[in-house]
Design a protein around this ligand. Sequence first.
Ligand code: SF4
Length: 529
Amino acid sequence: MEQTNNRNETDHGIHDECGVFGIRVPEDSDVASLTYYALISLQHRGQESAGIAVNKDRTINCYKDLGLVHDVFTPHTLASLGTGTMAVGHVRYSTSGSVTRENAQPMVVKHVKGQLAISHNGNLVNSFALRRKLELEGCIFHSTSDTEVISYIITRERLHCGKIEEAVARAMDSLEGAYSLVIMSPAKLIACRDPFGFRPLCYGTREDGSIIFASESCALDAVGAHFVRDLLPGEIMISDKDGLRSDRRHCQRKNIVRENLPGESVTSVKAIPAGSLGTEEDAVVEQALASLEGARPVPSVSAHCIFEYIYFSRPDSIVDGISVHDFRVGAGMLLASEALVDADLVIGVPDSGLDAATGYSKKSGIPYAIGLIKNKYIGRTFIAPSQAERDNLVRLKLNAIRSVIEGKRVVLIDDSIVRGTTSARIISLVREAGAKEVHMRISSPPFLNPCYYGTDIDSRENLIACHHTIEETAGIIGADSLAYLSVEGAKLLAKEDISSGRGFCCACFDGKYPTNVPEEYSKAKLEDY
Ligand code: SF4
């Protein structure tokens, strides 16, 4: 896949904003190291900064810096965090706010009732208005990320209510957009997901009784935890000395009545006894929802980001009940059904095009082979001083295997096309390796719209599909033919079921935004005023 900006010239991916993680263990232990392992497994979600905050005896100690997880954390810095009973971690790629140390997370806030550490994945669509309102009320911001806006709102609510989880619930009434949060107070670990469930968030347990929240299930695997389930859109989960509780006042009705799992108890605005969500709850829930005067309406259908399956998430993760690997293989199979071409060989663009390539081969019967090799040792910090050198980066990052490709009619599978420049270079590599024909197949629909929910698909100007037909694009990138997966096909693979409330955001493809969106948007906007 291609890059959309010039910050990572060696990288050809659209970027997700962040990965979040939190752990609560029964006894004081080395939670910093566990969080470090988890962040390594979430590194694909953000490479600009990393941070860990550890809670020992109700005091939060945080270390964060710009760079990859293994650059930020040395044995010395990890040891300096000490032991504790809770920790939160974060990896960041900025789609809101610039690349500065101040914007790194977790964000730690001190207030008169204690401390908070917050890790956030996603983008608010109303952060500009919320920030301006807070500033007019006297708040002074130290960063440009919308996470600080969230921190202020939660802190302000906390000063007027007795419990941090209640403050989070009240704050959610103000927030609009995408947010998966892991929050650590002196005594509690809290995770919450926006009512649309844009960004993933799941939880798991370890045999020692630890509770873990993470952006993706691969992070649970990294710390030896057992995946339990995804958080419901709108759900707040609270882990403290009394156990694990779920507050579903911001969940869609169909989710509120979902069966409870062992070990969880459910609360709402008016507390519902643990495990009692049965025949009586409808009335209680109605009453609870009605009492949220002025609260943001709860959506009737979720809007999970479909691009998590296509590109962002790791293939070994399970996101909202679907294996990312299975989705990608299925996308390749559907592509073969929707856009079959007579060819000799199927190859994929590493890494996220490979699963779809195997699927295309399986369905079409055209042999699959590894035709492109990725140089794993070119880091994102690789410096290419001139434009000419930057133009050659695809050659440094990818190379074609002539003995596999020469003389063949090749189906080349990638996950997306942004500007077309990277696709053109890859096709050129494949032709130079002797391909007779190159038919490009893309395992996502064409990008036609920006994303406001935590990715950097942010300008129609840069999207080739906005300005050219598929045939024109094929000509520009030098392909003999080009086809994309349909939006309907992607939704089918994600098992969209509107009648049960399971919906997906496909706005960057179909322009149907689940929320209000800002008229003008740029991630640097908070710095501009
Ligand atoms: Fe995901 Fe696209 Fe929706 Fe953004 S606009 S949340 S990338 S599907």
